[in-house]
Design a protein around this ligand. Structure first.
Ligand SMILES: Cc1cc2nc3c(=O)[nH]c(=O)nc-3n(C[C@H](O)[C@H](O)[C@H](O)COP(=O)(O)O)c2cc1C
Length: 322
């Protein structure tokens, strides 16, 4: 039995499987679906502190969370300790999330160009200031998500600053920012951080199935696992990994599973007023990946405008193909 409890701040979850924050992916509907399949804790996609402090924050926050969406963390991205504090106080008051996370790992130029995401890792002082500003001001436990740096020594220095500033947990993706998504996640570097820190450390990167989940937990000794890309179009991965960690056995996966989950996703989008054709097209791409006839299904979906028509199409596809 490898599925351990996880305690971050006051939040205790029965297992230690987390859904990674992913822009355009981890909206409320997708998070609820991953939860139904066994994700213990989920994070919103990154939300810009600047945008949160602007006039049009209402549209930004539409359908951000619901009472069923628990426990969850809100991830903020920013570089000014003061603005991050203001934004965090606002979301704390408005949503009472279990955790507030700071994005210190995003390598995308649009984000690093303004000094945010992984660009923060260039300054220990700023990292320390941001986390302590938040831990001083908030009642909500604060977490951070980083990438590894060019040496274990540098990664550890940053990790220690984050811990010293009062963070309640640290997630670490075992790639350097300049790697983007190339190469593989360096489990040895994650293990070094885990062995030095007292706060919970969550391992992230390249968990794609039962074996990689088991191996990442065993090798790094981390307190939890965060799963990102492998959950896109495949929230069932949480059920599979959970079952395997609990029993040592693999679940049979029904071939209609993906399409059934896609249908459930559309229903949740509609229930929460989040339906948008653009978002649906992106998710359609992931949810139909690898299925026979997936290109035709996607092409047809692109011509449909409402959820019911898409669901009818999916049902017919399921009946035809399986
Ligand atoms: C489409 C996409 C969007 C992402 N958006 C975010 C984000 O908003 N915040 C963040 O901290 N990381 C973000 N990430 C990084 C993931 O959280 C995760 O660290 C990374 O994908 C590695 O984990 P994986 O191998 O399980 O996918 C994103 C990744 C992808 C693929």
């Amino acid at each position: 039995m490898k599925l351990n409890k996880l305690k971050i701040g006051k939040t205790e979850t029965p297992g230690n499987l987390l859904l990674a924050p992913m822009a355009d992916v981890t909206n409320l509907a997708f998070r609820l679906l991953c939860r139904q399949h066994g994700a213990d804790l989920t994070y919103t996609e990154m939300i810009s502190a600047d945008a949160l402090l602007s006039e049009n924050r209402k549209s930004l926050l539409k359908g951000l969370s619901s009472p069923k969406d628990r426990p969850f963390g809100i991830q903020l991205v920013g570089s000014s300790p003061e603005k991050l504090r203001e934004a965090a106080l606002f979301v704390e008051e408005e949503y009472r999330p279990e955790l507030i996370d700071v994005n210190m790992g995003c390598p995308v130029q649009r984000i690093t160009g303004t000094g945010c995401g992984s660009a923060l890792l260039n300054s220990h002082t700023l990292v320390y200031e941001i986390i302590s500003e938040l831990t001083d001001a908030l009642k909500t436990p604060v977490t951070a998500k980083i990438r590894i740096l060019e040496s274990d020594k540098k990664t550890l220095e940053i990790a220690h600053q984050i811990e010293k500033a009062g963070a309640s947990a640290l997630t670490i993706h075992g790639r350097k920012a300049e790697q983007m998504y190339s190469g593989s996640s360096d489990l040895a570097a994650i293990k070094v951080v885990k062995s030095e820190l007292s706060i919970p450390v969550i391992a992230n990167g390249d968990v794609v199935d039962e074996k990689s989940a088991e191996n990442t937990l065993d090798f790094t000794g981390c307190d939890g696992l965060m799963i990102g890309r492998a959950a896109m179009g495949n929230p069932f991965i949480f059920r599979r990994i959970r079952h395997y960690l609990e029993t040592g056995e693999k679940l049979e996966v029904d071939r209609t599973r993906q399409l059934e989950d896609f249908e459930a996703y559309i229903v949740l989008l509609e229930e929460h007023g989040l339906f948008s054709s653009l978002n649906l097209r992106m998710h359609a791409h992931w949810f139909t990946k690898g299925l026979p006839g997936s290109r035709q299904i996607r092409e047809k979906i692109n011509t449909l405008k409402d959820g019911k028509a898409i669901i009818d199409l999916i049902r017919t596809s399921c009946e035809d193909k399986y």
